[in-house]
Design a protein around this ligand. Structure first.
Ligand code: 3PY
Ligand code: MG
Length: 255
């Protein structure tokens, strides 16, 4: 598959991505077959190890879907390595300042934009291209998103968005509410958080940056799409499994 996510986003398409918290690479193929536009493997809170994320990326390629990863905390190098393995977009948690965002760009974009180290051995094959074409196009094709999920990040949002080479932002509504409420609440729809999302959407769109958000399920994803976000991470696979299993058991028992 050729990298196509950037063009789809530029065309105004809403991207509904399946969120993979499990460590089962084939889940990426199943989420793709179900019809999600993309798959995201979570290496911050999910169970996947590097090799499982690597195999999930390949499984997503098998069904022609772009794979993204949410890297672990401060795991800039891991994110770069998973780009080398064929991820089309990467999300880094807890980016709280312009300096954090610059580090992100420095690790994940090739010179002259950043200082990404060369070695996309697997990606070149998976994207059915050659090394020179990959290198020439990579900074434009592959999408790097900074998570905005703390009060510090909210205060620095414009500075973060202004970092050259950063493609966009990804809202973490759980941490955002915990941070903005000083630990008092975990609430994706907390009014202070929604106000931040509205401000962030305006600031990002003014700079033609991609906007993404984690959504607890389908209804939240529909609401966030209507609000103006471009990429909705709908998840997680664990939640899909639990609700499907509960529904089957309920039907079986007739309760
Ligand atoms: C958050 O909501 O804090 C996230 O990181 C999304 O998983
Ligand atoms: Mg978070």
């Amino acid at each position: 598959a050729v990298p196509a996510l950037r063009a789809r986003l530029a065309g105004g398409e809403k991207i509904f991505a399946g969120w993979m918290a499990s460590a089962y690479p084939r889940m990426a193929e199943m989420l793709g077959r179900v019809g999600f536009d993309a798959v995201i493997v979570d290496l911050q809170h999910g169970e996947a190890a590097f090799t499982e994320a690597r195999d999930a990326i390949v499984a997503a390629h098998l069904v022609g879907k772009p794979a993204g990863i949410r890297a672990g905390l401060e795991a800039f190098g891991e994110a770069a390595r998973l780009l080398d393995c064929g991820a089309e977009f990467v999300i880094l948690p807890m980016i709280n300042s312009a300096a954090d965002a610059r580090r992100l760009v420095d690790t994940l974009k090739y010179p002259p934009v950043g200082g990404r180290s060369w070695g996309p051995t697997r990606a070149v094959g998976l994207f059915e291209t050659d090394a020179e074409t990959y290198r020439a196009r990579a900074n434009d094709d592959f999408i790097v998103l900074a998570m905005i999920e703390t009060r510090q990040a909210v205060e620095a949002m414009e500075d973060i968005l202004d970092v050259p080479g950063l493609d966009g932002v990804f809202v973490g509504p759980s941490d955002l509410s915990i941070s903005l409420s000083d630990g008092a609440r975990l609430d994706h729809r907390m009014p202070e958080s929604v106000a931040v999302m509205e401000r962030l959407l305006v600031a990002a769109k003014a700079r033609r940056k991609v906007t993404a958000i984690f959504c607890s399920g389908g209804e939240a994803a529909a609401r966030n799409a209507a609000m103006g976000f471009d990429i909705m991470a709908v998840g997680s696979d664990w939640a899909f499994f639990i609700s499907g299993a509960q529904a089957a058991l309920k039907a079986a028992r007739g309760d």
